[in-house]
Design a protein around this ligand. Sequence first.
Ligand SMILES: [Zn+2]
Length: 120
Amino acid sequence: MHEMSIAQELIRQIEEHVSAERRPSVRNIALRIGTLSSILPESLTFCFDALVNQTPLQSAKLSIELVPYTLHCTACNHSFEPEGWAHVCPKCGSSQLISQTGQELELAYIELEESPSEVV
Ligand SMILES: [Zn+2]
């Protein structure tokens, strides 16, 4: 299962950022996931909860922010969310487009009890 290996990697990253004695106070893990990344937030949450159960991270919850797919036009510098797969700039009609967001899979921040701190 795709999401299972992502959840494992996520836990590895959390363990890298949070020392063993502070892990029980991790409350919230914020993630940014692009809508093109083909990750299902519900199943990632399910896998994460299953993996942290009975570990020092068991009270940690995932908060997932979905990032929409956007394109950037290199001809006129316009950024937009494409509709369907007809990819031309709605402003100038150019097809010189690069994808800007939508592929993200990143750890935004880890929130600990007492002292919320941004560690990444
Ligand atoms: Zn344009």
